[in-house]
Ligand binder design. Structure first.
Ligand code: CAA
Length: 381
Protein backbone atom coordinates (compact mmCIF):
# COMPACT_ATOMS: atom_id res chain seq x y z
CA UNK A 1 0.00 0.00 0.00
CA UNK A 2 1.35 3.38 -0.99
CA UNK A 3 0.77 6.37 1.24
CA UNK A 4 -0.76 9.09 -0.89
CA UNK A 5 -1.03 12.55 0.54
CA UNK A 6 -3.29 15.28 -0.77
CA UNK A 7 -2.35 18.95 -0.92
CA UNK A 8 -4.44 19.43 2.24
CA UNK A 9 -2.40 16.78 4.06
CA UNK A 10 0.86 18.40 2.94
CA UNK A 11 -0.35 21.77 4.21
CA UNK A 12 -1.32 20.26 7.56
CA UNK A 13 2.08 18.57 7.89
CA UNK A 14 3.89 21.79 7.00
CA UNK A 15 1.83 23.90 9.40
CA UNK A 16 2.24 21.54 12.37
CA UNK A 17 5.93 20.99 11.64
CA UNK A 18 6.53 24.75 11.57
CA UNK A 19 4.59 25.26 14.82
CA UNK A 20 6.44 22.35 16.47
CA UNK A 21 9.90 23.42 15.34
CA UNK A 22 9.47 27.15 15.94
CA UNK A 23 7.32 27.25 19.08
CA UNK A 24 7.12 23.86 20.77
CA UNK A 25 10.83 23.00 20.61
CA UNK A 26 11.66 26.18 22.51
CA UNK A 27 9.26 25.20 25.31
CA UNK A 28 10.55 21.64 25.70
CA UNK A 29 13.47 22.35 28.08
CA UNK A 30 11.22 24.28 30.50
CA UNK A 31 8.49 21.61 30.31
CA UNK A 32 11.11 18.98 31.09
CA UNK A 33 12.47 20.92 34.02
CA UNK A 34 9.32 22.39 35.58
CA UNK A 35 6.77 19.74 34.51
CA UNK A 36 4.22 22.52 33.96
CA UNK A 37 1.21 22.04 31.70
CA UNK A 38 1.84 23.95 28.42
CA UNK A 39 -1.36 26.00 28.54
CA UNK A 40 -0.14 28.75 26.19
CA UNK A 41 0.87 26.25 23.51
CA UNK A 42 -2.45 24.44 23.80
CA UNK A 43 -4.24 27.78 23.34
CA UNK A 44 -2.11 28.43 20.26
CA UNK A 45 -3.04 25.00 18.95
CA UNK A 46 -6.66 26.03 19.37
CA UNK A 47 -6.05 29.23 17.38
CA UNK A 48 -4.42 27.17 14.62
CA UNK A 49 -7.48 24.91 14.44
CA UNK A 50 -5.61 21.86 15.75
CA UNK A 51 -7.98 21.09 18.63
CA UNK A 52 -10.82 20.11 16.29
CA UNK A 53 -9.12 18.79 13.14
CA UNK A 54 -11.52 15.93 12.30
CA UNK A 55 -14.61 17.67 13.71
CA UNK A 56 -17.32 18.78 11.32
CA UNK A 57 -17.31 22.52 10.50
CA UNK A 58 -20.96 22.54 11.59
CA UNK A 59 -19.67 22.11 15.16
CA UNK A 60 -16.78 24.54 14.81
CA UNK A 61 -14.13 22.03 13.78
CA UNK A 62 -11.69 22.19 10.88
CA UNK A 63 -13.73 19.56 8.99
CA UNK A 64 -10.60 17.72 7.86
CA UNK A 65 -10.19 13.98 7.53
CA UNK A 66 -8.99 11.53 10.18
CA UNK A 67 -5.52 10.98 8.60
CA UNK A 68 -4.94 14.79 8.86
CA UNK A 69 -5.54 14.55 12.61
CA UNK A 70 -3.16 11.57 12.85
CA UNK A 71 -0.55 13.52 10.86
CA UNK A 72 -0.81 16.36 13.38
CA UNK A 73 -0.20 14.04 16.37
CA UNK A 74 2.69 12.36 14.51
CA UNK A 75 4.40 15.69 13.66
CA UNK A 76 3.85 17.23 17.10
CA UNK A 77 5.19 14.11 18.83
CA UNK A 78 8.44 14.26 16.87
CA UNK A 79 9.18 17.40 18.86
CA UNK A 80 7.06 16.87 21.98
CA UNK A 81 5.21 13.66 22.82
CA UNK A 82 3.62 15.68 25.64
CA UNK A 83 1.70 17.84 23.17
CA UNK A 84 0.96 14.73 21.13
CA UNK A 85 -0.85 13.03 24.00
CA UNK A 86 -2.66 16.21 25.05
CA UNK A 87 -4.11 16.49 21.53
CA UNK A 88 -4.86 12.79 21.18
CA UNK A 89 -6.73 12.46 24.48
CA UNK A 90 -8.57 15.75 23.95
CA UNK A 91 -9.85 14.72 20.51
CA UNK A 92 -10.16 10.91 20.43
CA UNK A 93 -11.61 10.29 23.84
CA UNK A 94 -12.41 13.76 25.21
CA UNK A 95 -14.43 15.09 22.24
CA UNK A 96 -15.40 12.20 19.95
CA UNK A 97 -17.57 10.32 22.52
CA UNK A 98 -19.76 13.45 22.69
CA UNK A 99 -19.77 13.79 18.90
CA UNK A 100 -20.74 10.16 18.30
CA UNK A 101 -22.97 9.42 21.30
CA UNK A 102 -24.19 12.85 22.40
CA UNK A 103 -27.64 14.35 21.90
CA UNK A 104 -27.94 17.36 19.59
CA UNK A 105 -28.13 19.61 22.69
CA UNK A 106 -24.93 18.09 24.13
CA UNK A 107 -23.14 18.42 20.80
CA UNK A 108 -24.19 22.04 20.40
CA UNK A 109 -23.21 22.85 23.97
CA UNK A 110 -19.80 21.15 24.12
CA UNK A 111 -18.34 20.40 20.68
CA UNK A 112 -17.77 23.97 19.42
CA UNK A 113 -15.99 24.81 22.69
CA UNK A 114 -13.85 21.67 22.52
CA UNK A 115 -13.12 21.98 18.79
CA UNK A 116 -11.97 25.58 19.15
CA UNK A 117 -9.72 24.81 22.11
CA UNK A 118 -11.75 27.02 24.47
CA UNK A 119 -12.35 23.80 26.42
CA UNK A 120 -9.90 20.96 26.90
CA UNK A 121 -11.30 17.43 27.09
CA UNK A 122 -10.37 14.42 29.23
CA UNK A 123 -11.51 10.79 29.63
CA UNK A 124 -12.02 9.11 32.99
CA UNK A 125 -12.23 5.31 32.77
CA UNK A 126 -9.35 3.80 34.77
CA UNK A 127 -9.75 3.25 38.51
CA UNK A 128 -7.32 2.16 41.24
CA UNK A 129 -8.68 -1.41 41.05
CA UNK A 130 -9.55 -1.56 37.33
CA UNK A 131 -7.07 -0.74 34.58
CA UNK A 132 -6.99 -3.50 31.95
CA UNK A 133 -10.26 -4.90 33.30
CA UNK A 134 -12.05 -1.64 32.59
CA UNK A 135 -15.47 -3.20 33.17
CA UNK A 136 -14.51 -3.96 36.79
CA UNK A 137 -15.04 -0.33 37.82
CA UNK A 138 -16.52 0.55 41.22
CA UNK A 139 -17.64 4.16 40.67
CA UNK A 140 -21.42 4.41 40.97
CA UNK A 141 -24.02 6.84 39.68
CA UNK A 142 -27.43 6.92 41.33
CA UNK A 143 -30.25 8.93 39.79
CA UNK A 144 -31.94 11.36 42.19
CA UNK A 145 -34.48 13.65 40.56
CA UNK A 146 -32.82 15.65 37.83
CA UNK A 147 -29.26 14.63 38.81
CA UNK A 148 -26.99 11.62 39.07
CA UNK A 149 -24.97 11.35 42.27
CA UNK A 150 -21.52 9.94 41.50
CA UNK A 151 -19.22 8.29 44.05
CA UNK A 152 -15.84 6.68 43.48
CA UNK A 153 -12.42 7.45 42.13
CA UNK A 154 -10.39 7.39 38.94
CA UNK A 155 -6.62 7.31 38.40
CA UNK A 156 -4.04 8.24 35.75
CA UNK A 157 -6.30 10.73 34.02
CA UNK A 158 -4.49 12.58 31.24
CA UNK A 159 -5.25 16.33 30.99
CA UNK A 160 -6.80 16.27 34.50
CA UNK A 161 -6.79 19.67 36.14
CA UNK A 162 -6.30 21.48 32.83
CA UNK A 163 -9.44 19.94 31.30
CA UNK A 164 -12.87 21.58 31.37
CA UNK A 165 -14.90 18.44 30.56
CA UNK A 166 -14.40 14.80 31.51
CA UNK A 167 -16.13 11.91 29.77
CA UNK A 168 -16.49 9.75 32.87
CA UNK A 169 -17.84 6.25 33.44
CA UNK A 170 -19.81 4.87 36.38
CA UNK A 171 -22.11 1.98 37.19
CA UNK A 172 -25.77 2.97 37.11
CA UNK A 173 -26.78 -0.65 37.71
CA UNK A 174 -24.55 -2.16 40.39
CA UNK A 175 -26.26 -5.57 40.14
CA UNK A 176 -25.43 -5.94 36.44
CA UNK A 177 -22.35 -8.04 35.76
CA UNK A 178 -19.22 -7.00 33.86
CA UNK A 179 -19.60 -4.39 31.17
CA UNK A 180 -23.36 -4.18 31.61
CA UNK A 181 -24.80 -1.40 33.74
CA UNK A 182 -21.99 1.07 32.99
CA UNK A 183 -23.02 4.54 31.83
CA UNK A 184 -21.09 7.51 30.45
CA UNK A 185 -21.40 11.10 31.67
CA UNK A 186 -20.07 14.50 30.69
CA UNK A 187 -18.68 15.95 33.91
CA UNK A 188 -17.77 19.63 33.98
CA UNK A 189 -14.71 20.64 35.99
CA UNK A 190 -16.62 22.74 38.57
CA UNK A 191 -19.23 20.08 39.35
CA UNK A 192 -19.92 20.11 43.12
CA UNK A 193 -18.28 17.05 44.75
CA UNK A 194 -15.85 16.53 41.84
CA UNK A 195 -12.28 16.72 43.15
CA UNK A 196 -9.04 16.65 41.16
CA UNK A 197 -6.07 15.01 42.91
CA UNK A 198 -2.39 15.90 42.89
CA UNK A 199 -0.40 15.66 39.68
CA UNK A 200 1.61 12.43 39.36
CA UNK A 201 5.39 12.73 39.02
CA UNK A 202 6.02 10.66 35.93
CA UNK A 203 9.09 9.09 34.29
CA UNK A 204 8.36 10.95 31.06
CA UNK A 205 5.84 13.14 29.23
CA UNK A 206 6.81 16.02 31.46
CA UNK A 207 4.32 18.87 31.22
CA UNK A 208 1.41 16.51 30.59
CA UNK A 209 -1.02 16.32 33.51
CA UNK A 210 -1.83 12.94 35.03
CA UNK A 211 -3.95 12.96 38.19
CA UNK A 212 -6.52 11.02 40.13
CA UNK A 213 -10.12 12.21 40.35
CA UNK A 214 -12.66 11.61 43.05
CA UNK A 215 -16.41 11.84 43.02
CA UNK A 216 -17.74 12.60 46.48
CA UNK A 217 -21.51 12.76 46.06
CA UNK A 218 -20.74 14.65 42.87
CA UNK A 219 -23.91 16.07 41.36
CA UNK A 220 -24.04 15.64 37.61
CA UNK A 221 -27.16 16.98 35.83
CA UNK A 222 -29.23 14.11 34.35
CA UNK A 223 -29.01 15.80 30.94
CA UNK A 224 -25.24 15.06 31.00
CA UNK A 225 -25.81 11.32 30.69
CA UNK A 226 -23.97 10.48 27.45
CA UNK A 227 -25.81 7.89 25.37
CA UNK A 228 -28.34 5.62 27.02
CA UNK A 229 -28.05 4.22 30.55
CA UNK A 230 -26.00 1.00 30.37
CA UNK A 231 -24.37 1.98 27.07
CA UNK A 232 -21.23 3.39 28.69
CA UNK A 233 -18.85 0.50 28.04
CA UNK A 234 -19.65 0.67 24.34
CA UNK A 235 -19.00 4.45 24.41
CA UNK A 236 -15.59 3.78 25.97
CA UNK A 237 -14.55 0.89 23.73
CA UNK A 238 -15.77 2.38 20.44
CA UNK A 239 -13.80 5.57 21.04
CA UNK A 240 -10.73 3.75 22.30
CA UNK A 241 -10.55 2.00 18.92
CA UNK A 242 -9.79 5.28 17.16
CA UNK A 243 -7.97 6.62 20.23
CA UNK A 244 -5.38 3.88 19.85
CA UNK A 245 -4.52 5.17 16.36
CA UNK A 246 -3.70 8.52 18.01
CA UNK A 247 -1.36 6.81 20.47
CA UNK A 248 0.19 4.86 17.58
CA UNK A 249 0.88 8.22 15.89
CA UNK A 250 2.40 9.60 19.09
CA UNK A 251 4.69 6.54 19.37
CA UNK A 252 5.53 6.83 15.66
CA UNK A 253 6.57 10.45 16.17
CA UNK A 254 8.87 9.49 19.06
CA UNK A 255 10.38 6.60 17.06
CA UNK A 256 10.94 8.66 13.92
CA UNK A 257 12.53 11.52 15.85
CA UNK A 258 14.83 9.10 17.72
CA UNK A 259 15.85 7.51 14.41
CA UNK A 260 16.53 10.87 12.75
CA UNK A 261 18.62 12.06 15.69
CA UNK A 262 20.61 8.80 15.57
CA UNK A 263 21.24 9.13 11.80
CA UNK A 264 22.40 12.76 12.15
CA UNK A 265 24.69 11.85 15.02
CA UNK A 266 26.06 8.79 13.19
CA UNK A 267 27.01 11.00 10.22
CA UNK A 268 28.83 13.49 12.40
CA UNK A 269 30.51 11.36 15.03
CA UNK A 270 33.85 9.95 13.94
CA UNK A 271 35.71 7.06 15.56
CA UNK A 272 38.60 5.05 14.14
CA UNK A 273 38.95 7.77 11.48
CA UNK A 274 35.45 7.65 9.94
CA UNK A 275 31.78 8.27 10.69
CA UNK A 276 30.30 5.71 13.06
CA UNK A 277 27.35 5.36 10.62
CA UNK A 278 29.77 3.87 8.08
CA UNK A 279 30.79 1.14 10.50
CA UNK A 280 28.69 -1.99 10.39
CA UNK A 281 27.76 -2.20 14.08
CA UNK A 282 26.02 1.19 13.91
CA UNK A 283 25.01 1.07 10.22
CA UNK A 284 22.95 -2.10 10.74
CA UNK A 285 21.26 -0.62 13.78
CA UNK A 286 20.21 2.40 11.70
CA UNK A 287 18.86 0.11 8.97
CA UNK A 288 16.76 -1.80 11.52
CA UNK A 289 15.49 1.42 13.09
CA UNK A 290 14.43 2.87 9.73
CA UNK A 291 12.66 -0.35 8.72
CA UNK A 292 10.73 -0.54 11.99
CA UNK A 293 9.70 3.12 11.75
CA UNK A 294 8.47 2.59 8.18
CA UNK A 295 6.44 -0.47 9.21
CA UNK A 296 4.91 1.45 12.16
CA UNK A 297 4.02 4.29 9.78
CA UNK A 298 2.24 1.99 7.35
CA UNK A 299 0.25 0.27 10.12
CA UNK A 300 -0.72 3.61 11.68
CA UNK A 301 -1.88 5.28 8.48
CA UNK A 302 -3.61 2.12 7.27
CA UNK A 303 -5.69 2.06 10.46
CA UNK A 304 -6.36 5.80 10.05
CA UNK A 305 -7.47 5.22 6.46
CA UNK A 306 -9.88 2.46 7.51
CA UNK A 307 -11.29 4.75 10.19
CA UNK A 308 -11.69 7.53 7.61
CA UNK A 309 -13.71 5.24 5.35
CA UNK A 310 -16.00 4.15 8.19
CA UNK A 311 -14.64 0.58 8.14
CA UNK A 312 -14.12 -1.46 11.34
CA UNK A 313 -10.61 -0.65 12.56
CA UNK A 314 -10.41 -2.00 16.14
CA UNK A 315 -8.02 -4.83 15.24
CA UNK A 316 -5.88 -2.66 12.95
CA UNK A 317 -5.78 0.15 15.54
CA UNK A 318 -4.63 -2.33 18.20
CA UNK A 319 -1.93 -3.66 15.82
CA UNK A 320 -0.76 -0.12 15.03
CA UNK A 321 -0.68 0.93 18.70
CA UNK A 322 1.14 -2.22 19.78
CA UNK A 323 3.70 -2.20 16.97
CA UNK A 324 4.35 1.56 16.99
CA UNK A 325 4.81 1.68 20.77
CA UNK A 326 7.16 -1.33 20.78
CA UNK A 327 9.02 0.36 17.91
CA UNK A 328 9.28 3.63 19.85
CA UNK A 329 10.79 1.77 22.80
CA UNK A 330 13.24 -0.22 20.63
CA UNK A 331 14.31 2.71 18.46
CA UNK A 332 14.74 5.07 21.42
CA UNK A 333 16.85 2.42 23.18
CA UNK A 334 19.03 1.97 20.08
CA UNK A 335 19.31 5.75 19.59
CA UNK A 336 20.83 5.95 23.08
CA UNK A 337 23.26 3.18 22.10
CA UNK A 338 24.29 5.06 18.93
CA UNK A 339 24.90 8.21 21.00
CA UNK A 340 26.93 6.19 23.52
CA UNK A 341 27.67 8.14 26.71
CA UNK A 342 26.01 11.24 25.22
CA UNK A 343 22.79 9.25 24.88
CA UNK A 344 22.63 8.77 28.62
CA UNK A 345 22.67 12.46 29.50
CA UNK A 346 19.73 14.82 29.52
CA UNK A 347 21.40 17.33 27.23
CA UNK A 348 20.63 15.09 24.23
CA UNK A 349 17.12 14.18 23.11
CA UNK A 350 17.34 10.34 23.03
CA UNK A 351 17.18 10.21 26.84
CA UNK A 352 13.77 11.99 26.70
CA UNK A 353 12.52 9.85 23.80
CA UNK A 354 13.32 6.73 25.83
CA UNK A 355 11.37 7.97 28.88
CA UNK A 356 8.45 9.22 26.76
CA UNK A 357 8.25 6.01 24.72
CA UNK A 358 7.64 3.69 27.69
CA UNK A 359 4.12 4.83 28.50
CA UNK A 360 2.92 4.28 24.93
CA UNK A 361 3.22 0.54 25.65
CA UNK A 362 1.00 1.02 28.70
CA UNK A 363 -1.81 3.54 28.21
CA UNK A 364 -4.97 3.31 26.07
CA UNK A 365 -4.74 -0.41 26.80
CA UNK A 366 -1.44 -2.14 27.61
CA UNK A 367 0.19 -4.00 24.74
CA UNK A 368 -0.90 -7.22 26.46
CA UNK A 369 -4.52 -5.99 26.09
CA UNK A 370 -3.81 -5.14 22.42
CA UNK A 371 -2.80 -8.81 21.93
CA UNK A 372 -6.19 -9.74 23.40
CA UNK A 373 -8.07 -7.31 21.14
CA UNK A 374 -6.21 -8.53 18.02
CA UNK A 375 -6.67 -12.21 18.81
CA UNK A 376 -10.39 -11.70 19.60
CA UNK A 377 -10.70 -9.90 16.24
CA UNK A 378 -9.12 -12.91 14.51
CA UNK A 379 -11.42 -15.39 16.24
CA UNK A 380 -14.56 -13.37 15.55
CA UNK A 381 -13.61 -12.43 11.98
N1 CAA B 1 -16.64 -1.22 20.17
C1 CAA B 1 -17.93 -1.31 20.60
N2 CAA B 1 -18.33 -2.18 21.55
C2 CAA B 1 -17.38 -2.98 22.09
C3 CAA B 1 -16.03 -2.95 21.69
C4 CAA B 1 -15.67 -2.02 20.68
N3 CAA B 1 -14.42 -1.92 20.25
N4 CAA B 1 -15.34 -3.85 22.41
C5 CAA B 1 -16.22 -4.46 23.23
N5 CAA B 1 -17.45 -3.93 23.03
C6 CAA B 1 -18.69 -4.33 23.70
C7 CAA B 1 -18.92 -5.81 23.41
O1 CAA B 1 -19.65 -5.98 22.19
C8 CAA B 1 -19.73 -6.25 24.61
O2 CAA B 1 -21.08 -5.88 24.46
P1 CAA B 1 -22.26 -7.00 24.48
O3 CAA B 1 -22.15 -7.67 25.80
O4 CAA B 1 -23.48 -6.20 24.30
O5 CAA B 1 -21.91 -7.91 23.34
C9 CAA B 1 -19.16 -5.40 25.74
O6 CAA B 1 -18.53 -4.27 25.11
C10 CAA B 1 -18.14 -6.14 26.57
O7 CAA B 1 -17.11 -6.60 25.71
P2 CAA B 1 -16.03 -7.67 26.20
O8 CAA B 1 -16.74 -8.86 26.77
O9 CAA B 1 -15.07 -7.88 25.09
O10 CAA B 1 -15.36 -6.87 27.42
P3 CAA B 1 -14.24 -7.30 28.44
O11 CAA B 1 -14.67 -6.97 29.79
O12 CAA B 1 -13.75 -8.69 28.14
O13 CAA B 1 -13.07 -6.23 28.12
C11 CAA B 1 -11.12 -5.34 27.01
C12 CAA B 1 -12.47 -6.06 26.89
C13 CAA B 1 -10.63 -5.27 25.57
C14 CAA B 1 -10.12 -6.10 27.84
C15 CAA B 1 -11.36 -3.92 27.60
O14 CAA B 1 -11.65 -4.00 28.96
C16 CAA B 1 -10.17 -3.01 27.38
O15 CAA B 1 -10.01 -2.44 26.30
N6 CAA B 1 -9.33 -2.83 28.45
C17 CAA B 1 -8.27 -1.83 28.41
C18 CAA B 1 -8.75 -0.54 28.96
C19 CAA B 1 -8.13 0.65 28.31
O16 CAA B 1 -7.80 0.65 27.11
N7 CAA B 1 -8.00 1.70 29.05
C20 CAA B 1 -7.46 2.93 28.52
C21 CAA B 1 -7.72 4.05 29.46
S1 CAA B 1 -7.77 5.60 28.64
C22 CAA B 1 -6.17 6.10 28.47
O17 CAA B 1 -5.25 5.40 28.73
C23 CAA B 1 -6.02 7.49 27.89
C24 CAA B 1 -4.66 8.07 28.12
O18 CAA B 1 -4.38 8.56 29.16
C25 CAA B 1 -3.70 8.12 27.01
Amino acid sequence: MELRWSEEHDMMRKMVRQFAEEKVSKAVPAMEEKDEFPLELVKEMGALGLMGIPIDEKYGGAGMDFPSYILAIHELSKVSATLGVILSVHTSVGTNPILYFGSEEQKNRYIPRLASGEYLGAFALTEPGSGSDAAGMKTTAVKKGDRYILNGSKVFITNAGAADTYVAFAKTDTKALGAKGISAFIVEKDTPGFVIGAKEKKMGLHGSNTSSLSFEDAEVPAENLLGAEGEGFKVAMANLDAGRIGIAAQALGIAEAAMEHAVDYAKERKQFGRSIGKQQGVAFKLADMATQVEAAKLLTYRAANLRQHGKPCGTEAAMAKMFASDTAMKVATEAIQVFGGYGYVKEYAPERFFRDAKVTQIYEGTNEIQHLVISKGLMNG
